[in-house]
Design a protein around this ligand. Sequence first.
Ligand SMILES: [Zn+2]
Length: 323
Amino acid sequence: MLRVLPGDLGYYLPGTATDSAKDKGLSSSAYIIAQGQACGIIDTGLGARTFRALVSCLGAHRLTPRWVIFTHDHYDHVANGPWIRRHYNVPLLIHPEDRPLVEQPLRIFDDDLMRSHYSGTLRDAFEDMNRFPEQYRRYQREVSEDQYHPVRIDETVEDGDTLQLENFRLRVLHTPGHSPGSISLYEPSHGAVFAGDLPLWLGPGRPYPLGNYSHWKASMDRLLALSPRFIGWGHSIPTSGQENCRRLLQNTLRRVTEIGRAIEEQLSTGERTTAELLEAMDLVPAAHREMAEHSVHAILATLRDEKKVATMRVKGMLYWGLR
Ligand SMILES: [Zn+2]
C-alpha cells in the first residue's frame, strides 16, 4: 500500500475505500514528506486502515512528524488528524478559510456563518438546483452521521507561508476553488506540488459558494505557471514528469471550460434547470452525478455573478437562462 515519492521526498499512501461501516466513503491519499528523521504529513485520510498504515510507515522509517497540514476541510482528508495528533503530539494546520467547517462541520448549514464567511448559503445552492428541501435534508443527515468528523485546528497557514523540515521548504499556495480555503504545497527543488482535490476532473466538485469556478480556474492557472514535475493529489496516483503534469492540468482545465461553454450553448436554446443541463450534456456516470451537478452549479453561479445568466422561478421550479 505504501509507495515511495520521487527523489528523496518521502512516501505516500494512495486513497482507498475505507474498511469500517462507520467511516463511509473513500479515504484521500496521505503524503509523508521525510527529511532525515523528521517528516510532515499532508492530509491524513479517513478510516482505521489508513491510520494504521501511516503509523506503521512512520515506525518502520523511524520518522517523527513535526506537523500535519490539510489541503482542505473535507472529512475524507482530515478525519484521521486527531488520531495522529494524539499519537505523536503534533500540531494540525489548515488555511483559515476552511477552519470553521473543519472544526464544526455542521455549520455548513448555519446560514449566518455561510453568508458572512462565504457570501452565500448551502440552502440557496440547493434551491438553485431544485433540491430543497428533501435532498438538502438528506445531505444534512449524511453530514451529521457519516461525514461528521470535527477536527480542532492548532494553527492556520496563509499564502506565502513556508513549512520547514531540516533544510527542506514547502511553500503554501492558497488555491481556492474546490473549497474556499484549499491550499497546495509547493516544493521547488523537486518541482513538486501537493494539490489536494483541486485537479479533480469535474472541476470545483462542490456547489457555489463552497466551490467557485472562477477561483478554481485561477488556481489551476497558478499551478500550471509553476511547470510542476510532480503533482500529488487527493484521489488518484500522483502524476510524474513535467509533460504529464502540464497535460493533467491543461486537460482538466479544458474539460471544465468546455462544460462552461456547453452550458451557455444549451441556455441559448431556452431556459433549463440544473438537472436538465446535466441530462443534456451527458457528463458523467450515475455514480458521480451529484458531484457533477455541484460543479455545474458552481459554474452557473459564477456566470450569474458575471451577469451572463439569470434565474427565474416557474411553477415552483428554478430555471437558468441567458441574460
Ligand atoms: Zn475535497
